[in-house]
Design a protein around this ligand. Structure first.
Ligand SMILES: [Zn+2]
Length: 267
């Protein structure tokens, strides 16, 4: 068997590769369920380095810099279940519909990804079957389990964004991303805007859509859960002190929102 072939569908993840799904605090009692689609930047061994230099594999095109530390600390502070995906979004983007061209990007921000060029359908399907599907199946299972246990679920999808995009500096420190939920995003925006030192993006630098997103439309909106995406600027969480301070801040903010949702009988 040609283990060095990126087109080998039978073996994408081998015994030496870790499973795609990472979970923290699975017994957490918080109504907030945290997800992190771009948590990790691992590559399955069989894919080598996707033909990229190491410098590209640590850049934001490979993952959401800083969000893993924020997500783990926030999970701890809120006593919230975190479900995260460990493989690089260059292997398959877990926040894109699998049929989208950007699901397995042949080019990301003008960088060609040689290991994704001319990918056979079977190879793309293996990435979906072994990374994308297990992650989203797990989120679905957890939402089901919580429902059966009469435990409320408010989905919070955690991301980070690059401070410069196409040469333009982005002014926001943090942004909320939402589409169909009209309950949680206004409360979150109000709480964030009450922080005097923050420039807050309202559906900036991105907005959620069915074409460009997966986690919020599928697990939040289609299942009728309150939800929001959060985007934190990467230069603010590029070290452990930054990760800690943003996790502390978000924990305080979500802890303040929870009783408001209860008072409105939304959870
Ligand atoms: Zn992201």
């Amino acid at each position: 068997m040609a283990l060095d072939s990126a087109g080998d569908t039978s073996l994408l993840l081998s015994r030496e590769d870790v499973p795609p799904v990472h979970e923290d605090n699975a017994a957490g009692s918080s109504p907030f369920l945290l997800t992190s689609d771009h948590y990790g930047r691992l590559l399955p061994r069989v894919l080598g380095d996707l033909g990229l230099p190491a410098s590209e594999l640590t850049r934001h095109i490979a993952w959401d810099i800083g969000i893993a530390g924020v997500a783990e600390a926030l999970s701890k502070h809120l006593d919230a279940h975190l479900i995260a995906q460990r493989y690089s979004r260059l292997v398959i983007d877990c926040n894109r519909p699998p049929h989208a061209a950007s699901s397995i990007p042949p080019i990301s921000e003008a960088i060609t990804i040689p290991g994704n060029e001319g990918l056979a359908r079977e190879a793309a399907e293996a990435r979906r079957a072994q990374i994308f599907d297990p992650y989203h199946r797990r989120i679905g299972e957890i939402i089901d389990q919580r429902r059966h246990a009469d435990m409320p679920t408010v989905l919070v999808s955690l991301h980070s964004f690059t401070p410069l995009y196409a040469g333009i500096a982005r002014p926001w420190h943090i942004g909320t991303l939402y589409h169909r939920d009209t309950n949680l995003p206004p409360l979150l925006l109000k709480a964030l805007r009450a922080e005097a030192d923050l420039v807050v993006g309202d559906n900036e630098p991105y907005a959620v859509s069915d074409e460009t997103d997966y986690t919020i439309p599928v697990h939040g909106e289609m299942r009728g859960l309150m939800n929001t995406g959060i985007e934190i600027r990467q230069d603010l969480i590029s070290d452990s002190a930054g990760e800690k301070s943003w996790a502390d801040r978000l924990a305080r903010i979500f802890a303040g929102i929870e009783p408001m949702l209860r008072a409105e009988r939304l959870i």
